[in-house]
Design a protein around this ligand. Sequence first.
Ligand SMILES: NC(=O)c1ccc[n+]([C@@H]2O[C@H](COP(=O)([O-])OP(=O)(O)OC[C@H]3O[C@@H](n4cnc5c(N)ncnc54)[C@H](OP(=O)(O)O)[C@@H]3O)[C@@H](O)[C@H]2O)c1
Length: 282
Amino acid sequence: MIVVTGATGALGRLVIADLLERGVPAEEIVAVARDPKKAADLGVPVRVADYDDPESLRAAFEGADKLLFVSASEVGKRVPQHRNVIDAAKAAGVPFVAYTSILKADDTGIALAAEHQATEAYLRESGLPHALLRNSWYTENYTAGAAGSIAAGAVIGSAGDGRVGAAPRADYAAAAAAVLTTDGHEGKVYELAADEPFSMAQYAAELARQSGKPVVYNDLAPQDYVQALVGFGLDEGYAGALADADQGIARGELASDSHDLSRLIGRPTTSLADAVAAALKG
Ligand SMILES: NC(=O)c1ccc[n+]([C@@H]2O[C@H](COP(=O)([O-])OP(=O)(O)OC[C@H]3O[C@@H](n4cnc5c(N)ncnc54)[C@H](OP(=O)(O)O)[C@@H]3O)[C@@H](O)[C@H]2O)c1
């Protein structure tokens, strides 16, 4: 039985759909959700659990052969939540855990990585057999704002001419599904990133090419980027984390030439052009 946490999220949903497409019987998959109503359309059995409720997690993991542990979404709360998940997996005797971490977790300086680094260390110390799915950024982090960028004629950021190995969530989901449905992944560390990383200038140029409208990249000083994001309604802490991550992109920390992602999914990663086309199609 394959148990998937975060199953109601954007990534978890794609993993469940991918597992079903690969022929895993629905009754062999369990979606873990804190709100079962959000999981009603997934087409697989649902168990209710919250990362803040250890007992609910232990019950949800009962009988699991493999657990996909999707990292939690509330930055700043994730270390205790993730410890709860790992403790529960251990208590339930789960034989294999795959954890969605961040690219280059061993040596990245990106502030958002700290909770992943703490989780990886706790997972190692737990003795649970596991694999690390170290994901780079989702292309959707950019393309979700594609229409707005085209309307404004500009993409803004603080990444300089750094390149990001972003891939669509569907690529990372396919990698997770591959790890969950094949053998030999214990102890593996996968550095998952696009085959062809792109700069923000290249992203802006792709928006321009496909929309037929002028779009440029305006590179801002980190503090100016934070202020711009706050102006768009982001809270200051999150805006700061995004600007910090852009500095990481400038240092090359969200790109990798490992090709682990294309190897796991058995095809090249989705190109920037295809990701932009899909986003503009809506
Ligand atoms: N690589 C990237 O670019 C990137 C970007 C953003 C986030 N991430 C990380 O990747 C993860 C998956 O991405 P995503 O796009 O699928 O995020 P998402 O759509 O926000 O999904 C997060 C999932 O975690 C669940 N969750 C959050 N807190 C929980 C709790 N206390 N107990 C139980 N479940 C909880 C959510 O449940 P609900 O549906 O009930 O909220 C949801 O199912 C994120 O959680 C985050 O750690 C990566």
